[in-house]
Write a protein that binds this ligand. Structure first.
Ligand code: PLP
Length: 381
């Protein structure tokens, strides 16, 4: 459906060219679908890069954000607000006892984790993963194991040691008396949808001095079929970062600090003007209310259906990931598949050169999965 009077966007040259944008102007979204300025419909299996967790314009966060907009947008962190305290309590309940710091993005959540670990342990060293991704700010970039993204901005924050995912010996060798933080994505998202093995994460958790932070910016909030991906790894981290899907598309990030390592931050140690914004927090609370066992079961079921059907396609080498964060390793260039799929009305993502990434809304229906599979089946035959 086209939006009456909607003009095709103009002003691309007025945006700094930090993104390789497709020539598609998105003007409207509903559920798992978006529409462009000409009224063409697309099935959205990218979900705004794993952000639109309940689907575009989902009525629950929409109503919560609208009600909050009419009551109070922003009060600052000089005062208490009900939406931030409610959301922190919900997240603590999901985690099993934690305190939250709210910010506006995944990178900011990682920055908070880096600072928290330094203050709590008095140690500046960080162990992170080759191929890992934690964001574009200087601290988060310093812990991002992708040299091409780092190189133009060096020197970065010193003493980050990178190890290969799932190499337990390398992990143990990298941790010495200077390391205060081990920072891991349970499934490397941008780095190719590479799940960490339970024994590797257990080895990280067993290191006594450094805090273990699981970066669940991409994997959290139900994406992998449990609220936190770490629930499937049999560990309990000290710190967790969340963002992306938390408020269904409104900007928010969060650092969760487990109660047993709480107490390192005091007033003045960290802050964010917009952190804990009342509208984002109200929307996020509604998202959390909606993520129940039934929805998580659906995420696991649709993820399994996608995996089984994709794995047998001729050009597919493997399908990795959990729930509705899936990486299809293909024989060929992922970017070409993304372009062809878009031409055929399906939006998907890449995760590296030869991995097509799927991260549809968690609410995706069985017939929408079938529709996406039909398009991908034509492309990957
Ligand atoms: N951490 C992980 C695991 C991510 O996937 C991302 C973004 O893709 C980030 C951090 C950075 O989040 P943001 O882009 O919101 O700063």
């Amino acid at each position: 459906m086209s939006v009456p009077g909607e003009a095709v966007s103009q002003g691309l040259e007025r945006l700094l060219p930090t993104y390789a944008r497709a020539d598609l102007t998105v003007v409207r979204g509903e559920g798992c679908r978006v529409w462009d300025a000409e009224g063409r419909e697309y099935l959205d299996f990218g979900g705004g890069i794993a952000v639109v967790s309940l689907g575009h314009c989902h009525p629950a966060p929409l109503a919560a954000a609208q009600a909050q907009l009419e009551r109070l947008w922003h009060a600052s962190n000089l005062y208490r607000t009900e939406p931030a305290e409610r959301l922190a309590s919900q997240l603590s309940d999901r985690f099993g006892g934690a305190q939250a710091f709210f910010c506006n993005s995944g990178a900011e959540a990682v920055e908070a984790a880096l600072k928290y670990a330094r203050k709590a342990t008095g140690k500046a060293g960080v162990v992170a993963l080759e191929g890992g991704f934690h964001g574009r700010t200087l601290g988060a970039l310093s812990a991002t194991g992708q040299p091409a993204k780092r190189a133009p901005f060096e020197p970065l924050v010193p003493d980050v040691r990178f190890v290969q995912p799932n190499d337990v010996d390398a992990l143990r060798a990298a941790v010495d008396g200077e390391v205060g933080l081990i920072l891991l994505e349970p499934i490397l998202g941008e780095g190719g949808v590479i799940p960490l093995a339970a024994d590797f994460v257990a080895a990280a958790a067993a290191e006594l001095d450094p805090l273990l932070c699981l970066d669940e910016v991409q994997t959290g909030v139900g994406r992998t079929g449990t609220f936190f991906a770490f629930e499937q790894l049999d560990v309990r981290p000290d710190l967790v970062t969340l963002a992306k899907g938390l408020a269904n598309g409104l900007p928010i990030g969060a650092l969760l600090v487990a109660d047993d390592v709480a107490g390192a931050f005091a007033p003045g140690d960290h802050g964010s003007t917009f952190g804990g914004n009342a509208v984002s927090c109200a929307a996020a609370s509604a998202v959390l209310d909606a993520i129940d066992e039934e929805l998580l079961g659906d995420v696991r079921m649709q993820g399994a259906a996608l995996t089984d059907s994709l794995a047998v396609l001729p050009r597919v080498l493997s399908v990795r990931g959990r729930g509705l964060l899936l990486g299809i390793e293909i024989d060929g260039a992922a970017a070409e598949v993304v372009d062809t799929a878009r031409e055929q009305g399906l939006l998907v993502l890449t995760a590296g050169e030869n991995v097509v990434r799927l991260a549809p809304p968690l609410t995706v229906a069985a017939d929408e999965v079938e529709e996406a599979l039909a398009i991908l089946g034509r492309i990957l035959c």
